[in-house]
Design a protein around this ligand. Structure first.
Ligand code: C2O
Ligand code: CU
Ligand code: CU
Length: 461
């Protein structure tokens, strides 16, 4: 029996789930891409109200799909903060089940973070308050109740957060919201014959993958742009699917920001892969592309057409992308620090673990001192099937990638991150510092893995 035969047997037994990719539909482009509204606040106080609610959404013409949303029936508004703001958010649970409000990527105290310990019962509300101390970035928010995160996100609870600061305002990057600065939340869903989302029927223990692509909740979307530079803020908001974004023509674009801030300099790319919950800001220069051809953003993973562009003849301002955008650095000191936390990701389906253990809300796995940088080493231990990519996320902190398998990370990962893809048998070293105190989750962001216990807790004191 050779190894090859063993693989064949395994395949027949149906254990190859992580190698199967269900293809997404091609967007026909018949619908205008929806742009989320921007949540208004009371300027003097910066108080926002965010309600988790149930609703019905017309995703397919003439049919109402039961969905969840924030301040609406599906997904949520964009919440804009400025660095230095003291923000108050009144969070209200109008669902029939418990939920939490987690601010993914925000450096806030454990109490404000909205992890599984901060759950609100139906009808409950809570006022949270924090100061925005981190730099300009595109973050997001979603629920995190234990055992229900994956289903609630799948049903539609997710929204974006934009932080702006003096730097972001002075860079001259495209910033006209909805015109040349476009939020894009990519998700995949499966709809049943009645065009309903049926999470328990669609659920896969190894990560729920759908066949229908929604962008900002829009089916078959198309985006109209002018012949100018357009900034796309990409969020992989899916439960489990990886996306490799690429232009159908193969033309290059530049990445300007990672999860938690601007890169020092723009990185020219032909494609970019985002695992669940990762973000990237990219700029496509439509004034330089041959717009005689059909242009679209595609997913290289399965070749599907995600977002066709309708390019008008209108020319925009001829802005340029600055060569220097940030002062992110990894210090010699950080490079010399010893590894003090080890995280081993292992398993598949409902057998996933971190350091051989499953999540236990009563157990603190690590402690770390507030304001002190520690080196975490994340290892993805392969199984006899080869294993799969796990997107590893830590709450309450933006961290730095020091190395991938001992090598310097690629140019477009030399910036603040809160989630990283870790390939089978890969070891990633990261420098982590928490600005605040509290209990924070760290976990695989394949939401079904998280639910299956691929999550631990670090207590910062
Ligand atoms: Cu996107 Cu535990 O978070
Ligand atoms: Cu998070
Ligand atoms: Cu995982």
């Amino acid at each position: 029996h050779s190894t090859m035969d063993m693989d064949d047997d395994a395949m027949e037994n149906g254990h190859m789930s992580h190698d199967e990719v269900i293809s997404l539909n091609d967007s026909t482009g018949e619908n205008k891409l929806k742009i989320p509204s921007v949540l208004e606040n009371d300027k003097e106080e910066v108080v926002y109200t965010v309600r988790a609610q149930k609703g019905e959404t017309e995703i397919f013409d003439g049919t109402k799909t039961k969905t969840y949303g924030y301040n609406g029936s599906f997904l949520g508004p964009v919440i804009r903060f400025s660095k230095g703001d003291t923000v108050k958010i009144r969070t209200i649970n109008e669902l029939d089940e418990e939920t939490t409000f987690h601010w993914h990527g925000l450096e806030v105290s454990g109490e404000a973070d909205g992890g599984p310990h901060n759950s609100l019962k139906p009808g409950e509300e809570e006022l949270i308050e924090f100061e925005v101390t981190q730099e300009a970035s595109t973050l997001w928010f979603h629920p995190h109740p234990e055992g229900k995160t994956s289903e609630q996100v799948y049903n539609g609870l997710a929204g974006l957060i934009y932080i702006e600061d003096d730097n972001s305002k002075s860079l001259g990057l495209p910033d006209e919201y909805g015109k040349n600065d476009i939020p894009l939340i990519f998700q995949d869903k499966t709809f049943d014959d009645e065009k309903q989302l049926n999470y328990s029927a669609a659920m896969n223990e190894d990560g729920t993958i759908g066949d229908t692509s929604l962008i900002n909740g829009t089916l078959n979307s198309e985006l109209t742009v002018n012949k100018e530079k357009v900034r796309l803020r990409l969020l992989n908001g899916s439960n489990a699917r990886n996306y490799t974004f690429k232009l159908n023509t193969g033309d290059s674009f530049v990445q300007v920001a990672t999860d938690g801030g601007f890169l020092n300099e723009p990185a020219t790319l032909n494609e970019i892969t985002l695992t669940p919950s990762e973000r990237a800001e990219i700029v496509i220069d439509f004034s330089q592309l041959n717009t005689e051809e059909e242009l679209a953003l595609i997913n290289e993973e399965d070749g599907s057409i995600l977002l066709p562009f309708d390019v008008t003849d209108q020319r925009g301002e001829d802005s340029s992308i600055p060569e220097e955008m940030n002062d992110f650095s990894i210090t010699e000191e950080e490079m010399k620090l010893p590894v003090t936390k080890k995280v081993e990701l292992f398993g598949m389906m409902d057998q996933v673990t971190i350091n051989g253990k499953k999540f236990d809300r009563e157990r603190i796995d690590f402690t770390q001192e507030q304001g002190v940088t520690e080196i975490w080493e994340i290892y993805n231990k392969p199984d006899e099937m080869g294993g799969m990519i796990h997107p590893f996320h830590i709450h309450g902190a933006q961290f730095k990638i020091l190395s991938r398998n001992g090598e310097e990370p690629p140019a477009n990962e030399r910036g603040w991150k809160d989630t990283i893809s870790v390939e089978p048998d890969e070891t990633v070293k990261i420098a982590v510092q928490f600005k605040h105190k509290g209990v924070y989750m760290f976990h695989c962001h394949i939401l079904e893995h998280e639910e299956n216990g691929m999550m631990g807790q670090v207590k910062v004191e």
